[in-house]
Design a protein around this ligand. Structure first.
Ligand SMILES: *[C@@H]1O[C@H](CO)[C@@H](O)[C@H](O)[C@H]1NC(C)=O
Ligand SMILES: *[C@@H]1O[C@H](CO)[C@@H](O)[C@H](O)[C@H]1NC(C)=O
Ligand SMILES: *[C@@H]1O[C@H](CO)[C@@H](O)[C@H](O)[C@H]1NC(C)=O
Ligand SMILES: *[C@@H]1O[C@H](CO)[C@@H](O)[C@H](O)[C@H]1NC(C)=O
Ligand SMILES: *[C@@H]1O[C@H](CO)[C@@H](O)[C@H](O)[C@H]1NC(C)=O
Length: 537
């Protein structure tokens, strides 16, 4: 059906506007576990945009959350980051909130980017023996004095496994970010009469957004990129150095916020110590785990695990009270007590499939996409350049630098390159201005990266929230809600230099609070009240 429609459009030489290239239908039973109305559709795109005459194609499976307020003012395409993460399930899960924030007047659209989920998923191996080895050897670089060298060799061996056992020879060149950007333009042309792009991207999705803006500036109607990566680093560096540059200060903020919140809200504050003393205790505990890893659930709780767990808590302050309780319990207890806490914790993570082979799917896709996108490789022999790269990562962040060394080791020796890479400087004037958003303390994507990208995108605005967490979406405030809504409604940009305040961490302030407050302020229409009700439920 889909191909026939596209064929008709082509035959008639109709402008893209005249062709709705997508037949929307009910989504397959049980595909999305949601009460939100969703529709599904398929769009066929070229596998290889550098070969216009090739007949090889790829089917993009799209999910649409139709605008609550009809008629729709056009589609907003979504990407929540990675690379390597499929997008559709997250789009459906976050759809109600994003609809509220965008005023409910736009359809929200998502497809799994190439290399992930349902779209040419990149697979290194399906053999559980090799997957087990890859996972087991994914260690922190400061785990031992041979860890880095071993990671380096692991990178080489995994590249070999991906080549010999995986689908890399038929996928790896075609799953780069530039091709995903072209897919998104195909989608924009197929779904909306104006054929223009509206896009909302987070984290790695901001590199995708910057790439879209740079490759198709005249097609950008509206775009928010939130939690911004430095795209220069993403493509042309041996590691995403800048990305991690506020990780350690964000970690310190956890302790200072705990003391500010006081003993009634933060368990660690009950110990009568200063923030600096608490942080020192936690680092000493990490050292203990490094020397004495513990069996927990059916995993080993080691340096990589304990630091990764801490890193995860810095995405959002929402779970800081629980994190403080866990640290208070772990850091100041006997090994036997720790084993009990950790068994419970790791069993929970395992049951949520956050550990084990299922969690490894995303890592294989990440190698496939990110390593293929990287324009630089290191000499194959572990030498000065590799050591200097790892050293710089370590100096950038004590908390995560050594934990992401394995990505550098893999990408530096990766056997493939994306067939197309955007090689420009990200300096463009888009048709309408882009809104660039960042928190002041984001351990994953610092404010300086948002400023870097904003400087390149002529006329872009900057939404800054004074708060801690990964992306403004993770630091709810009435101020940022109004800024986001005004942008989607009217294209309005925040005043230069304006900063939104966020609620203190440990107060449990959420988007539900924001919605309650803005409702009270009379911002809601009947359709929006229905939207709000859905999010609050
Ligand atoms: C669907 O979501 C509900 C509510 O969150 C949950 O209880 C249920 O287990 C989910 N079902 C599946 C199949 O994921
Ligand atoms: C992929 O290509 C490499 C290099 O040409 C080759 O050694 C390998 O066997 C191929 N893999 C598969 C699965 O065909
Ligand atoms: C953005 O970051 C890149 C890579 O670090 C750097 O080369 C470039 O000068 C920066 N641009 C601006 C405007 O700061
Ligand atoms: C940001 O918030 C902190 C407290 O969380 C406050 O000390 C600081 O003054 C604020 N900065 C700005 C620029 O508003
Ligand atoms: C959009 O602009 C109109 C007209 O200026 C104004 O009344 C409305 O409040 C604005 N909407 C938002 C969400 O800022």
């Amino acid at each position: 059906m889909q191909t026939i429609l596209s064929g008709l459009c082509l035959a008639a030489l109709a402008p893209a506007a005249a062709c709705s290239g997508i037949q929307w239908r009910a989504c397959p039973e049980g595909e999305f576990n949601t009460t939100v109305a969703v529709q599904c559709g398929t769009l066929r795109v070229p596998l290889d945009y550098t070969q216009p005459d090739s007949s090889k194609t790829l089917d993009l499976e799209l999910v649409k959350i139709p605008a609550a307020v009809q008629p729709s003012r056009g589609s907003i395409q979504l990407n929540f980051g990675g690379p390597g993460q499929p997008t559709r399930q997250d789009a459906v899960a976050l759809g109600p909130l994003l609809q509220v924030l965008s005023g409910g007047e736009h359809d929200l659209l998502a497809f799994d980017p190439r290399g992930t989920g349902k779209t040419a998923r990149f697979v290194c191996t399906a053999d559980t023996y090799y997957i087990g080895q890859m996972i087991a050897e994914m260690r922190s670089g400061d785990d031992s004095d041979t860890a880095l060298r071993r990671l380096w060799e692991r990178g080489r061996v995994d590249g070999r496994i991906c080549q010999q056992q995986g689908n890399g020879n038929t996928t790896a060149e075609f799953i780069g970010t530039a091709f995903v950007a072209r897919d998104m333009m195909r989608v924009a042309e197929a779904v909306d009469p104006d054929g223009l792009l509206r896009y909302w991207g987070f984290s790695y999705g901001t590199t995708l957004g910057a790439t879209l803006a740079a490759m198709f500036p005249e097609k950008v109607d509206k775009m928010i990129i939130d939690g911004v990566q430095n795209p220069h680093d993403y493509y042309h560096s041996h590691a995403d150095f800048e990305e991690w540059s506020d990780m350690d200060s964000s970690f310190s903020t956890f302790f200072t916020s705990c003391i500010s919140a006081g003993p009634s809200k933060c368990a660690l504050a009950r110990l009568g110590k200063t923030a600096a003393a608490l942080e020192a205790d936690v680092w000493a505990y990490f050292d203990t785990i490094r020397a004495r890893p513990l069996a927990a659930g059916t995993s080993i709780f080691d340096l990589l695990a304990v630091k990764s767990f801490a890193v995860e808590q810095l995405r959002s302050t929402a779970f800081w009270p629980e994190f403080a309780e866990l640290l208070a319990a772990l850091v100041y207890s006997t090994e036997a007590q720790q084993r009990a806490y950790l068994d419970a914790l790791m069993s929970q993570l395992e049951s949520e499939k956050l550990l084990g082979p299922a969690a490894f799917d995303g890592v294989q896709s990440l190698f496939g996409i990110h390593c293929g996108d990287r324009t630089v490789r290191l000499p194959a022999e572990f030498g000065e350049e590799a050591e200097a790269t790892f050293e710089r990562l370590r100096k950038t962040s004590r908390l995560i630098g050594d934990n992401v060394a394995h990505i550098t080791a893999h990408c530096a020796q990766w056997p493939w390159r994306a067939k197309e890479t955007y090689m420009g400087d990200f300096k463009v004037k888009t048709r309408r201005p882009v809104l660039v958003a960042s928190n002041t303390r984001d351990g994953f994507t610092p404010l300086r990266s948002a400023m870097n990208v904003s400087e390149g995108l002529e006329g872009s605005g900057l939404l800054v929230v004074n708060g801690t967490g990964h992306a403004v979406l993770n630091t709810p405030s009435v101020c940022s809600f109004k800024a986001i809504a005004a942008y989607w409604k009217n294209g309005t940009l925040p005043a230069p230099g304006a900063v939104c305040e966020s609620a203190p961490a440990f107060d449990g302030y959420s988007w539900a609070n924001v919605i309650e407050e803005t409702k009270a302020a009379g911002l809601g229409s009947p359709e929006k009240r229905e939207l709000y009700r859905r999010v609050l439920r």
